[in-house]
Design a protein around this ligand. Structure first.
Ligand code: SF4
Ligand code: SF4
Length: 99
């Protein structure tokens, strides 16, 4: 029997996300720290939902739509403590696995 291969992207597509417009539940405290003090910018490749993006000018942008609330960005940034993290308000955020 041939094994079924499922991509992570396909699994993530089964989730739904309710945006809390104008109230992101995660924030970068000081973008200058990302730009000048953080060499690895680990958040940009550890986030499974690709919420963090390294920009060409050294800045890092964060868009929390699609966040899986895994907490990885908070942990990976512990050296700089530059991520302000909380769960979304009730009724907002990720709704896991539809279909
Ligand atoms: S790991 Fe922290 S300090 Fe580094 S780029 Fe990401 S948010 Fe900024
Ligand atoms: S909590 Fe997880 S999914 Fe959400 S922004 Fe951080 S690393 Fe990405």
């Amino acid at each position: 029997m041939t094994p079924i291969q499922v991509k992570v992207e396909d699994k993530l597509f089964q989730n739904r996300y309710k945006v809390d417009a104008g109230r992101p539940h995660i924030k970068i405290k000081d973008n200058e720290v990302c730009r000048t003090d953080c060499k690895d910018r680990s958040c940009t490749y550890v986030c499974p939902a690709s919420c963090y993006t390294a920009e060409g000018n050294g800045a890092v942008t964060l868009i929390t739509d699609g966040c899986l609330e895994c907490g990885s960005c908070r942990i990976i940034c512990s050296e700089h403590s530059n991520v302000e993290w909380e769960y979304p308000r009730g009724g907002h955020g990720i709704l896991f696995k539809f279909g």
